[in-house]
Structure formats: structure tokens, C-alpha cells
Write a protein that binds this ligand. Structure first.
Ligand SMILES: [Zn+2]
Length: 280
């Protein structure tokens, strides 16, 4: 709808802000919750999203170690996304890439905590009075919440990716993804239901949007993988003829133009494999 706002490049990776992001500061201004002045709240929001950029950078730089490039890092109102050019199918690599993001937030929280401890020891009276202390404490809490949230094993959150990678050591990649996606959907539903029942004050529209996002993003990634797996089988003559129907995929993942597929079909009359170009 609107172009993303380009902020610049970090380690040669473009960082940009999706237009929907601005709904979040708008929401903060309109709701005016909390005791802190609005300027401090917006500054804290900016600092948290700075930490989210570093989190995504953690994924991107870990992926770079394995030769996977990152197209961009985009900020949305519900968080950031590092668009990797591909996802590693080696469980050990995926485990490292998924863990690198939350690890950055753990490092930030530890760094800020150590910095605050040193500062309060060096200049106790001045530091306790400073307005910065509360701000830094909130930033530490925000980073710890980011770690806790991302480690929920609901695919495609980082915890869910780590869970898929662990399953990937024992079973095929597609099967591991299927298990992680369905387990993640069930877990998301249970967690959301528990929050609504027991902590209704936290059941904001924001939380429901995140739960819905987790569900659909998981379904979409699974559908993509299953589609690619079928393409792969079709390219393998020993897998035999494979029938495709686009209806196998949910409408939101159907590609606008489908590529031609070369399949090999066994012809019992001639006793040979016959190449066939098929356009789905
Ligand atoms: Zn992450």
C-alpha cells in the first residue's frame, strides 16, 4: 500500500519500517496508558524497537555464517522480521540461527544490568535520582520479555523454530515442520485461552493479533514447504509421476503464475521414462 521507510543499512542489510508500524506509536499516544510522560513512553518504544532490530540482526548474521543472505530487516507493529533468502534445512544450522536472536536480547539485558550496577556503585546518590534508571529498568524488562515471548515453542516463533530443528534431527524436515506447526497452533490457542480466562487485563487486541499472526504464518510456511517438497518429488524420476492440484494449498499461498514442471512418467508400452512438461 505505502512504501516502507528505509532507515539505512546495518552490516550491509537494509533496515526498513513497514507503514503499519506507525499504528503502534499512534496507539500509544491515543491510549495514553501508564504513568510516564508520553515522550518517555515513545522514547522507550523506539529503544525497544532498536533492540528488536539487533535481535533480527542476530538471526541475519548467524545465517550469514552459513552462506544465507538476508534481503532486509523490516519492523512491523508486532515486531521485526529478518527476511532470509532461504531457511537452512540442516537442523544444527537452524538451531543456531533461531537461537541467535533471543541470545542478543539476553546479552543486551545483561549489559544494561551490569552498566546500571556499575553506575549506581560509582555514583549512588546521583544515579538513584536520575530519571534514566527507571527507563533502563524498563528496557531490561522489555528485553527479558522479548526473550520469553520468542522462546515460546510455537512455530514460527524462534522457540518453535528451535523445536522444529530438534525434531529435524530425528525425522524429515517436512514432517518436523508439520509437527511443530500443529503443536504451535494448539499451544497458541491454549496460551491465548489461559490469558483470556485468568489474566483478562492482558487480553488486549494486540495479543490476539499476535496469536492470529503466529497461526497463519505457521500455516503459510508449512504450505510453502509441502509445495516445494512436491516440486522436488516431481523432479525426481524415481519418485514416479506426481499429480499436482493447486487446491492442495490454501488460497493465500497460491503463486500467481505457476512454473512449468518437468515430470518423468513411466510408459509401460515402451518400457522407458518419458519426460513431460506440465504447467499447473
Ligand atoms: Zn527472532
Amino acid at each position: 500500500m505505502f512504501p516502507a521507510l528505509k532507515l539505512g543499512r546495518l552490516f550491509d542489510i537494509p533496515v526498513q519500517i513497514h507503514w503499519t508500524f506507525w499504528l503502534l506509536p499512534l496507539w500509544v499516544v491515543l491510549t495514553q496508558g501508564g504513568q510516564a510522560p508520553i515522550a518517555i513512553q515513545l522514547l522507550l518504544l523506539a529503544a525497544i524497537f532498536g533492540c528488536i532490530v539487533l535481535h533480527e540482526l542476530g538471526h541475519a548474521l548467524a545465517a550469514r555464517m552459513y552462506g544465507i543472505r538476508t534481503r532486509n530487516i523490516t519492523l512491523y507493529p508486532i515486531g521485526g522480521v529478518a527476511s532470509l533468502e532461504r531457511i537452512s534445512e540442516k537442523p544444527a544450522e537452524e538451531l543456531v540461527i533461531a537461537a541467535a536472536g533471543p541470545a542478543v536480547n539476553v546479552a543486551i539485558a545483561l549489559g544494561l544490568g551490569a552498566g546500571m550496577a556499575v553506575a549506581s556503585a560509582v555514583a549512588p546518590a546521583a544515579f538513584v535520582r536520575s530519571a534514566g534508571e527507571g527507563f533502563l529498568s524498563w528496557l531490561i524488562v522489555a528485553n527479558l520479555l522479548l526473550v520469553a515471548f520468542n522462546l515460546i515453542p510455537a512455530f514460527p516463533l524462534d522457540g518453535g523454530r528451535m523445536f522444529r530443528a530438534l525434531l529435524g534431527f530425528f525425522t524429515s524436515y517436512v514432517k518436523a515442520t508439520r509437527i511443530a506447526v500443529y503443536a504451535g497452533a494448539v499451544l497458541t490457542a491454549i496460551l491465548l485461552g489461559a490469558v483470556i480466562l485468568f489474566f483478562p487485563q492482558f487480553a488486549t487486541p494486540f495479543l490476539i493479533v499476535i496469536a492470529v499472526f503466529v497461526f497463519f504464518a505457521g500455516q503459510q510456511e508449512l504450505a510453502m514447504l509441502e509445495y516445494r517438497e512436491r516440486m522436488r518429488q516431481a523432479a525426481d524420476p524415481f519418485a514416479g509421476p506426481v499429480r499436482f492440484t493447486l487446491n492442495d494449498m490454501p488460497p493465500w499461498v497460491q503463486p500467481p503464475v505457476t512454473p512449468p514442471v518437468t515430470v518423468h512418467v513411466w510408459d509401460p508400452r515402451t518400457g522407458e521414462w518419458v519426460r513431460q512438461e506440465q504447467r499447473m
